[in-house]
Design a protein. Structure first.
Length: 231
């Protein structure tokens, strides 16, 4: 019979302790319209980092926790007990990025996220493209050595507080001749226009998590060091 190891149980206990600490603030967040008073959200984030619960999914050599998949589940199981996004302090930077990021992207985007100094957002959803990513019409094309992203994205969670952003796009050709791609750039880069920024239906527990809004990028040139990688 498989049993949790001593290390697994210790990680689970740390995550349970953190959840128990922040649950009492759920009502505070709700009555505050999603806001926590003073520096409480920052203190929660620092506490999660001290407990090794933030960036647990990231490799140790980059400063992450190097947790196994099971250990990540144990952390998120406890985080899932907490409402109003208070447990979002247990952040999980994109686990796919270390294997494909350039050195510039690691230093500019990923490592600050692992340290808790930045967070990322994903721009995927469009007016006619939600769960069906093949319906994405935003495009990425080369332009004098850079990439030009054109399209409109909706409901981009945490764009209002993110530093790096990843935009999912398709090539300009028909489906049979195109590759889906993901571009990394600084949120708010030249050419991007935030058309609507509104709180989520439920209070989110921190301003950075007010999430549902309309992201317009009519002509988005890539920043230095940004790349578009095909799948």
């Amino acid at each position: 019979m498989y049993r949790l190891s001593d290390e697994d149980l210790e990680i689970q206990a740390r995550a349970r302790s953190f959840a128990d600490e922040v649950i009492p603030y759920e009502v505070t967040a709700e009555l505050g319209g999603g806001e926590l008073p003073g520096d409480l959200a920052a203190r929660h984030a620092a506490r999660a980092r001290d407990l090794g619960l933030h960036a647990a999914n990231m490799p140790r050599e980059l400063g992450g926790g190097g947790a196994s998949s099971l250990q990540q589940v144990l952390i998120q199981e406890q985080a899932g007990r907490v409402t109003n996004a208070l447990a979002w302090a247990c952040g999980t930077p994109p686990s796919w990025l270390p294997d494909v990021a350039t050195p510039y992207q690691l230093d500019r985007y990923l490592i600050p996220a692992i340290r808790g100094e930045a967070e990322e957002c994903y721009a995927i959803t469009e007016e006619a493209a939600g769960s069906d990513v093949d319906a994405i019409v935003a495009t990425a094309r080369r332009d004098a050595g850079d990439y030009l992203l054109t399209g409109e994205k909706w409901h981009v969670t945490s764009y209002n507080s993110a530093i790096p952003g990843q935009a999912r796009s398709a090539g300009p050709e028909g489906y049979s001749g195109r590759l889906a791609s993901m571009a990394a750039m600084r949120a708010g880069s030249s050419g991007s226009v935030c058309g609507r920024n509104r709180p989520a239906i439920l209070p989110s527990g921190a301003t950075r998590n007010f999430s549902k809004f309309h992201w317009m990028s009519p002509a988005w040139p890539s920043a230095s060091g940004t790349s578009v990688s095909s799948e």
